[in-house]
Design a protein around this ligand. Structure first.
Ligand SMILES: Nc1ncnc2c1ncn2[C@@H]1O[C@H](COP(=O)(O)OP(=O)(O)O)[C@@H](O)[C@H]1O
Ligand SMILES: O=P(O)(O)O[C@H]1O[C@H](CO)[C@@H](O[C@H]2O[C@H](CO)[C@@H](O)[C@H](O)[C@H]2O)[C@H](O)[C@H]1O
Length: 460
C-alpha cells in the first residue's frame, strides 16, 4: 500500500500527525506565495482544518494560519474555539518519493518527521495528473468527503483537455484546460458563497454577455460551507487591459477609443448587477467619509510613509460632507482595474468579481457605490501611465475623460458631475493600493504614493 494511503483523517491524531510532517514546510513556503495574505506577520499557528485524499499522493487540505495578536483578515475561527485570529487557505499537495525535474518549481520541501517522513511534498496544481483529476471531478458532479463538485448541466466539458497552470501574478491560482476552460482555485477561503461564483452566475441569468459564466464549481462543507473553485469558459485570444494599455503607451499611442468602450462596458455591467441583485438606498456621505477615514488611519499605522499625508487626505474625505448624494448603492465589482478586463473580438469582458482581497466577505457581498469601480479604473490609467519614464499624465487624463464619457453614454448619470465623490473614492482606492503594494510588491509603492501626494497636497 502506498505510504500516502495511510493518511485518511480517521481521528484528530492522524490530522495532528500529518501536521508534524507539514508544519515546518508550510511555515516556510506559504509566506513566499503571492496569494498568501499574511506576509507581513510571522505564521505562529498552523492547523489542519480538513483533509481529503483525492487520489493516492494527492491531498486536498484546508489549513488554518494564525498570526500573533492580530485580528484575522477574514475572521476564520481558530480551531479549538480560540478567538478569531487567522485565515484559511486551500492547498492541493502532492506527495512523492522523488520529484521529477519537470515539477521542480512545485517543490515545497522534504518532510523529515511524521507520516510523510522521507517523502517530497509539492504544490500539486503544477502536476498535470492532479489538474486532470480535478477536471474529471467537475465533469462528473458528486461528492468526495466534504467536497462537492457541481456543474451547469447544459454545458458540455470535453474529457482529456490538457491543463496548464497560469503563470500570472495572482491572488488565487488558475488552471487553463485546452484553451477552452479556466479553473480558478481560490486560495484564501472564507465561509460563504464566493462572489466570483455568485455574481457571474447572476449576470449570466440577466443575459449579460460581458462576463464569462460559471460552468462548474466545487465547494466544501467542512469546517464551514465555502466555495473552493470555479470553472469558466476561457477566452483564448483575449488580452488583458493592462497589457494593452502598456502596449499603447510603449508605441506612443493613445488608448481613448478603448477607454471609452471600457466605460460603456462598465456601465452595462453595473446596470445588469442592479437588475440581478437588490439595490440599496444611497450611501450616506457622512458614513462613507467616516469609513474611508478609518481605513486611512489603519493603513497609516501599517505604512509609516503615509503618515505625513493623513491630514490632507482627511480633508478629501471631509469634503464628501458637502457633496450631493451619489448614485444608489448596489452590488459592484469591488476591485476594478485594467488587469480585470479582457479584450477579445474588439469587445471588453470583465472578470474576477471577488472584490478587494483584504475586505471581509460580508463587506464584499454588500451594496456599495458604483463610484468605487469607476475610481478603481481611473486609478489604473494612472498606474499604467506611471510605467513610462518620463510619466505620461496627459495620456492618463485623456483615458480617464474617455472612460467617464463612455460610462455616461450608457448609464443615466455622468461620473464627471460627481467630482467630490470621485475624488474621495479615488483617494480611498489609492490608500488601499498603498497597503496592497507595501504587503505584496514593495517596489511598486511609489506608484500609489505619487497619487497620495497629488491628492493630499494638490487636491486631486
Ligand atoms: N475567462 C478567461 N479567459 C481568458 N483569460 C482569463 C479568464 N479569466 C481569467 N483569465 C486570466 O487569468 C488571470 C487571473 O484571473 P483572475 O480572475 O484575475 O485571478 P485572481 O483573482 O487570482 O487575480 C487574468 O489576469 C487573465 O489573464
Ligand atoms: O487582480 P487582483 O485581484 O489580484 O488585484 C490585486 O492585485 C492587483 C495587481 O496585480 C492590484 O492592482 C494594482 O496594480 C495594477 C497593475 O499591476 C493596476 O492596474 C491597478 O490599478 C492597481 O490597483 C489590485 O489593487 C489588488 O487588489
Amino acid at each position: 500500500m502506498p505510504k500516502t494511503a495511510l493518511l485518511r483523517p480517521t481521528s484528530d491524531g492522524v490530522a495532528a500527525d500529518l501536521m508534524t510532517s507539514l508544519a515546518g514546510l508550510l511555515r516556510e513556503w506559504l509566506p513566499r506565495q503571492r496569494w498568501f495574505a499574511g506576509k507581513d506577520r510571522p505564521v505562529t499557528d498552523l492547523a489542519l482544518l480538513s483533509m481529503k485524499e483525492l487520489s493516492p499522493g494527492c491531498l486536498h487540505l484546508l489549513v488554518y494560519t494564525g498570526h500573533p495578536s492580530h485580528a484575522g483578515l477574514c475572521g476564520v475561527p481558530a480551531p479549538g474555539g480560540a478567538p478569531a485570529s487567522g485565515d484559511c487557505y486551500q492547498l492541493l499537495l502532492g506527495v512523492r518519493e522523488q520529484l521529477p525535474p519537470r515539477l521542480g518549481r512545485a517543490l515545497i520541501g522534504q518532510a523529515h518527521d511524521g507520516p510523510l517522513a522521507g517523502l517530497t511534498v509539492y504544490d500539486a496544481l503544477y502536476d498535470a495528473r492532479s489538474a486532470q483529476l480535478l477536471l474529471e471531478r467537475l465533469r462528473h458532479p458528486g461528492t468526495a468527503g466534504p467536497l462537492r463538485f457541481e456543474a451547469d448541466p447544459s454545458v458540455r466539458v470535453p474529457a482529456g483537455l490538457a491543463p496548464r497552470l497560469l503563470d500570472a501574478e495572482q491572488s488565487n491560482s488558475s488552471l487553463v484546460y485546452g484553451d477552452a476552460f479556466i479553473l480558478k482555485v481560490f486560495r484564501r477561503i472564507q465561509p460563504g458563497v464566493n462572489p466570483d461564483l455568485e455574481v457571474p452566475g447572476a449576470l449570466a441569468g440577466q443575459g449579460c454577455g460581458r462576463v464569462p459564466a460559471p460552468v462548474a464549481w466545487f465547494r466544501t462543507t467542512d469546517p464551514f460551507a465555502a466555495t473552493l473553485g470555479v470553472l469558466q469558459p476561457f477566452l483564448p485570444d483575449a488580452s488583458d487591459g493592462w497589457t494593452l494599455a502598456l502596449g499603447a503607451l510603449a508605441a506612443g499611442h493613445g488608448f481613448t477609443a478603448e477607454a471609452r468602450e471600457l466605460g460603456q462596458a462598465t456601465a452595462e455591467v453595473h446596470l445588469a448587477l442592479a437588475s440581478a441583485f437588490p439595490v440599496g438606498p444611497h450611501d450616506e456621505n457622512a458614513r462613507t467619509a467616516a469609513a474611508m477615514t478609518e481605513r486611512l488611519e489603519a493603513a497609516a499605522r501599517c505604512v509609516p510613509s503615509l503618515q505625513p499625508f493623513v491630514p490632507g487626505l482627511r480633508t478629501a474625505f471631509r469634503a464628501l460632507l458637502s457633496c450631493d448624494v451619489g448614485p444608489p448603492a448596489q452590488r459592484v465589482h469591488g476591485d476594478l482595474h485594467l488587469g480585470q478586463v479582457l479584450r477579445a473580438d474588439r469587445e471588453w469582458f470583465v472578470i474576477d468579481f471577488e472584490g478587494e482581497p483584504s475586505r471581509s466577505l460580508s463587506e464584499r457581498c454588500g451594496t456599495q457605490s458604483p463610484v468605487r469601480d469607476i475610481a478603481g479604473m481611473l486609478r489604473s490609467f494612472d498606474y499604467a501611465a506611471r510605467q513610462r519614464h518620463p510619466w505620461r499624465p496627459e495620456w492618463a487624463r485623456r483615458c480617464r475623460e474617455a472612460y467617464c464619457a463612455g460610462y455616461a453614454a450608457r448609464a443615466d448619470w455622468d461620473p464627471r458631475e460627481k467630482h467630490g465623490l470621485l475624488r474621495a473614492y479615488e483617494t480611498d482606492r489609492a490608500v488601499y493600493e498603498v497597503l496592497y503594494e507595501a504587503r505584496h510588491r514593495p517596489d511598486w509603492l511609489p506608484v500609489p504614493m505619487a497619487a497620495i501626494e497629488r491628492l493630499a497636497v494638490r487636491g486631486g
